[in-house]
Design a protein around this ligand. Structure first.
Ligand SMILES: Nc1ncnc2c1ncn2[C@@H]1O[C@H](COP(=O)(O)OP(=O)(O)O)[C@@H](O)[C@H]1O
Ligand SMILES: [Mg+2]
Length: 255
């Protein structure tokens, strides 16, 4: 089980995440929802061990992840928000490198890469350099890299960004299938519709603070609204979206 207690991160004196507590059990899909800049990616970087918390800690099976980060990373699959891929490597070379870094055996590595590349419709592109991949193709490579070593915990930061409609449907269905396999999934997004459909539990974040936390249906019920979209608007953004849109147009057309 993955657990975070009192998790906080300050960039200098600026708080990005404050006092977040969460647990992620096997089979659970936890949605982490909040608008841009609310602290989602900062939380993710602490959960993956990329950033040390200013306060609080992340534990896996009761042990602080920084005690044995290599062992923790072995059970972790991570899809980062920014695809920092080496542009001169081909898709296959990159995945091979990831498999090597994860100490996968050669036969297991090449079988999995072949099968997953095929399933994500990248087979014809496997020898093309990542620099010439589209955004969606790079995202598929990140997903394959996260999945190929069969991790127990998946941390996905906006995993659908740039994907085509078919792949979005596949990934949504995949998350449910992974949950049924007992995998833990931390799903970070600002898109309500998807989170509502795929997540059993939900945390709503605003300016680094947790606003609501619980089973998706309970978070919805607590607020007394039928749609999570209403919940989100009520909790997070006290704005008149139509008015903002009209003002943007006014600025554009003004002389
Ligand atoms: N490396 C950094 N240095 C300083 N401030 C940062 C850094 N990364 C993020 N922030 C700030 O922390 C806040 C949360 O950012 P982030 O975690 O990326 O939010 P989200 O992923 O929800 O959009 C924002 O105000 C952002 O500007
Ligand atoms: Mg982010």
């Amino acid at each position: 089980m993955l657990e975070a207690k009192h998790l906080s991160k300050f960039y200098g004196s600026v708080p990005a995440v404050q006092n977040v507590a969460l647990t992620l059990e096997p089979g659970q899909v936890l949605g982490y929802l909040g608008p841009n800049g609310s602290g989602k990616s900062t939380t993710v970087k602490m959960l993956t061990g990329l950033l040390e918390p200013t306060y609080g800690e992340v534990t896996y099976h009761g042990q602080n992840i920084h005690k044995d980060l290599i062992a923790y990373r072995k059970v972790l699959g991570y899809v980062p928000e920014e695809p920092n891929l080496y542009p001169h490597l081909t898709g296959e070379e990159y995945l091979d490198m990831v498999g090597t870094l994860r100490a996968m055996s050669s036969p297991r590595k090449s079988t999995r890469i072949g099968s997953l590349v095929e399933l994500f419709s990248l087979w014809p592109h496997r020898h093309v350099t990542l620099g010439s991949y589209s955004k969606g193709m790079r995202q598929k490579i990140l997903l394959i890299a996260a999945l190929m070593d069969n991790p127990d915990v998946l941390i996905l930061d906006e995993p659908l960004s740039g994907l085509d409609v078919t792949t979005v449907l596949v990934v949504k269905s995949l998350i449910q299938a992974l949950s049924a396999q007992g995998k833990s999934v931390f799903y970070c997004s600002h898109i309500l519709e998807v989170v509502e459909k795929v997540c059993s539990h939900l945390i709503v974040l605003r300016k680094g603070h947790v606003l609501a936390h619980g089973p998706t249906s309970a978070v919805r019920e607590k607020i007394g609204k039928s749609s999570l979209e209403d919940v989100f608007l009520e909790l997070v953004e006290d704005v008149d979206v139509t008015q903002i849109a009209n003002e943007i147009v006014e600025v554009m057309v003004s002389s």
